[in-house]
Design a protein around this ligand. Structure first.
Ligand code: HEM
Length: 116
């Protein structure tokens, strides 16, 4: 799946565009106040490369530890997943691959959403 997303460079470009969108979304941007986005961007890229069957170089925290203090809602998770899918769609990724990426992201909700 990694090759069809443009390889590691394609994923890195996707993550750059994703963060641009997240930081411009008034529902999402507040979560990132005081966060070193440049640093987590690298972790996010490595994480997503591994998610799409690329080599696993991820050296960040586990997702529950990274997000636990943030009180992330289901709505914020849905909005973030939508921004990711929109970004991939704008990069002309095939619809069946969008579904495959979504299938792999969806189970992460349990580790990320803590505001219930
Ligand atoms: C869609 C699934 C998501 C994935 C795969 C993901 C992945 C990651 C990764 C890999 C990190 C870096 C962890 C580290 O550097 O140790 C991170 C950090 C972070 N994520 Fe997510 N994330 C997701 C959803 C979200 C959502 C929904 C929000 C908020 C709306 C969010 C907000 C943050 C913030 C603020 C950080 C920085 C935390 C800190 O440095 O203290 N993430 N995420």
């Amino acid at each position: 799946m990694l090759l069809e997303l443009g390889g590691p460079e394609g994923v890195a470009a996707t993550v750059d565009e994703l963060y641009r969108r997240l930081l411009h979304d008034p529902e999402i941007a507040p979560y990132f106040v005081g966060v070193d986005v440049a640093a987590i961007r690298i972790h996010m890229t490595d994480f997503l490369v591994a998610v799409v069957d690329g080599p696993d170089h991820y050296a960040g925290r586990d997702l529950a530890s990274a997000h636990g203090r943030l009180h992330i809602t289901d709505a914020a998770f849905d909005a973030t997943a939508s921004h990711l899918l929109d970004t991939l769609e704008d990069r002309a990724v095939r619809p069946d691959l969008l579904d495959a990426v979504l299938d792999r992201i969806a189970p992460l909700r349990a580790s990320i959403v803590t505001a219930r």
